[in-house]
Design a protein around this ligand. Structure first.
Ligand SMILES: Cc1ncc(COP(=O)(O)O)c(C=O)c1O
Length: 397
């Protein structure tokens, strides 16, 4: 007899390094009394990240949203930007804060990233850039988007908030496009409590981003532009440095969890997972999205989401609703139909995944989902395969 989990299982739990290691770092901060403004720990953290990402062109921020806002401003993006409605609101907000008009186009059905064909069809004389999202850490169609951007002279910007640690063809995903933004928020696979990073192709942007994140200060007496305050502090950098040490292990644990979900859920009618990624992609296992087909599963995504709560399992509907359906964006232009994005947003559920989630708990979550499917009530409008109605009726008797 299955029982609900004693403690809630949330969609994620942040990774924390061993407390004594972190405390050692705190001692250093106490000694130096350097808490923010380009401190020694931030510099060390930046250095490590540059090594991992094989580039010097990085800039750290106090969060990913401000990093993206500053990126768009520093690159002088204006007019219209073609983007996806299937993302977290911050992607679109950063356009809005720069007075840029977002143009939403549909996504592709397998990995939920922006559909390059729809991008090309939406280009107008006012388009200046493409803002694509490696949603769930799934790489966008990198080569096709690069080709479109080149042919139409557009900047190609990636919201890579979910994609830290992903490699394509052995190269860090940050090497693709003109610029990528990573979020180091606590809910992310890799985090610095809060934090963000830009990685960019043009070396000249570095100085500009440094000014923009620090009030525009060039030195004590010169302010060269109206910047804002988006600096990463020493506590954030310290957490980032310590979490970074454990990143590979975290990814491996998440890979095992994903393998259990995949093997168990593929047997459940009406539960669909994205196909395995191509072998040249090193994935980071950041999320575990499933699609619920109401007809096949016998229950809507929303009902499953609510039923899971009864078992103390808190999945999330990432990403629902679509950005263009939020009140503040309803008047924004949509290019073509968003039929794929709408279908996915109505069916998507992200399941719990984090490094300390026990494999036995993953098995239990899968047992719950499959038992909810098996015990479905036969509804008159349900599509039933030949002979299935009789079988279900026989079981019910
Ligand atoms: C796709 C996406 N873009 C942007 C952000 C914003 O990042 P941050 O929370 O670091 O500001 C997030 C998440 O938080 C996100 O998921």
């Amino acid at each position: 007899m299955m029982k609900p989990f004693e403690k809630p299982i949330y969609v994620t739990r942040p990774f924390l390094p061993p407390l004594e290691e972190f405390c050692k770092g705190l001692e250093e901060i106490w000694e130096s009394r350097w808490l923010t403004n380009d401190g020694p720990i931030l510099r060390r953290f930046t250095h490590e990240l540059c090594n991992i990402l094989e580039t010097e062109n990085t800039c750290l921020f106090n969060n990913g949203t401000l990093a993206l806002q500053i990126a768009l401003q520093g690159m002088g993006i204006s007019g219209e930007v073609i983007t996806t409605p299937y993302t977290f609101v911050a992607t679109t907000h950063s356009l809005f804060w720069n007075k840029i008009r977002p143009v939403f186009v549909d996504i592709e059905p397998e990995y939920y990233t922006i559909d390059p064909e729809k991008v090309e069809a939406a280009i107008t004389p006012w388009t200046t850039a493409i803002l694509a999202v490696h949603v769930y850490g799934h790489p966008c169609k990198l080569n096709t988007l690069a080709d479109i951007a080149r042919r139409h002279n557009l900047r190609l910007i990636y919201d890579a908030a979910h994609a830290f640690g992903v490699k394509v063809g052995g190269r860090p995903i940050a090497h693709f496009g003109d610029l990528s933004m990573f979020s180091f928020h606590s809910t992310k696979l890799f985090h610095s409590i809060e934090g963000g990073m830009l990685v960019f192709r043009e070396t000249g942007l570095k100085g500009l981003f440094d000014y923009l994140k620090n009030f525009g200060f060039k030195n004590e007496v010169e302010v060269v532009m109206p910047g804002t305050n988006a600096k990463m502090n020493e506590m954030q950098a310290l957490m980032g440095l310590h979490v970074l040490k454990y990143l590979d292990g975290t990814i491996q644990k998440r890979a095992k969890i994903t393998a259990v979900y995949r093997s168990r859920l593929k047997e459940v009618p009406g539960i669909h997972l994205a196909p395995p990624l191509s072998p040249d992609i090193r994935y980071n296992y950041a999320y575990l999205p499933i699609e619920v087909d109401e007809q096949e599963f016998g229950m809507s995504r929303d009902t499953l989401y609510e039923k899971l709560k009864e078992w103390n399992v808190y999945a999330r509907r990432y990403f629902y609703p679509l950005i263009c359906d939020f009140a503040c964006y309803r008047s924004i232009s949509v290019n073509g139909s968003l039929s794929v994005a709408r279908r996915v947003a109505d069916r998507i559920l992200t399941l719990p995944i984090y490094d300390t989630l026990e494999l036995s708990d993953v098995e239990t979550i899968c047992d719950i989902i499959s038992s909810l499917q098996e015990r479905r009530e036969l509804r008159p409008d349900a599509t039933v395969r030949a002979g299935e109605r009789e079988i279900i009726q026989a079981i019910a008797v």
